[in-house]
Design a protein around this ligand. Structure first.
Ligand code: MLT
Length: 203
């Protein structure tokens, strides 16, 4: 997959997997990585799907309606790619924390829904429920941060609550930061994500 890798200055910190929103690229979330864990190595991936020239991590049939078959295929592809990158760049495959926004948060959520140990933790900015009607793996103790907007037209509050519920029922430790905002990423949300990260991942 098209990507960039930046070796960190403290290799005991988790590796940050950055996953952009629709129409973004692997440069987009670098400033978030700097705010959240500047010493970490960064693997930032570009989505393999193009929607009228806009990179995405999986196809959709309409706004908010996912192509489930493609979602499953692309989730596997990303899951396997992380292992490939870990070999290539010599980092610990089991120490990967995702930071995703919107479509990138949705594929990160899908990694968690489909693979037990794909991520060590996840920061999901404005995620949706990636799939319904499947049994989640055992997520005992998995730390997940969700940044959500009370007025998000793409991910309404009920969907955030549903996602929180699904993850918590599988054992994940979910923290939701609510804001009176829409779908856009806010600085306060990223600052709280940084605090959350330090609480969970500072050695
Ligand atoms: C998606 O398709 O993943 C969501 O609707 C968010 C987005 O617009 O990218």
């Amino acid at each position: 997959m098209k990507h960039l890798f930046k070796k960190g200055t403290d290799l005991t910190k988790p590796v940050l997997l950055l996953l952009h929103g629709t129409g973004g690229n692997e440069e987009d979330l670098l400033s978030l990585a700097d705010m959240i864990s500047p010493e970490s190595s960064v693997l930032s991936v570009r989505g393999n799907v193009s929607e009228n020239g806009m990179p995405r991590f999986f196809r959709r049939l309409a706004e908010g309606v996912f192509d489930e078959e493609d979602l499953i295929f692309r989730t596997k592809e990303l899951h396997e790619y992380i292992a490939e990158a870990a070999e290539k760049y010599d980092f610990d495959r089991d120490q990967v924390v995702a930071i995703g926004y919107s479509n990138g948060a949705n594929i990160a959520g899908s990694l968690i829904f489909h693979y037990k140990n794909s991520l060590k933790g996840a920061i999901l900015h404005h995620p949706m429920v990636p799939r319904r009607g499947i049994e989640l793996p055992d997520l005992n103790g998995l730390p997940v941060f969700i940044g959500a907007g009370k007025n998000d037209p793409i991910c309404p509050p009920e969907e955030t609550e549903e996602l929180q519920q699904l993850l918590s029922s599988a054992g994940a430790e979910v923290h939701v930061k609510w804001e009176n905002m829409g779908h856009q990423l806010s600085r306060a949300e990223v600052e709280e994500a940084a605090e959350w990260f330090h609480k969970h991942f500072s050695s």
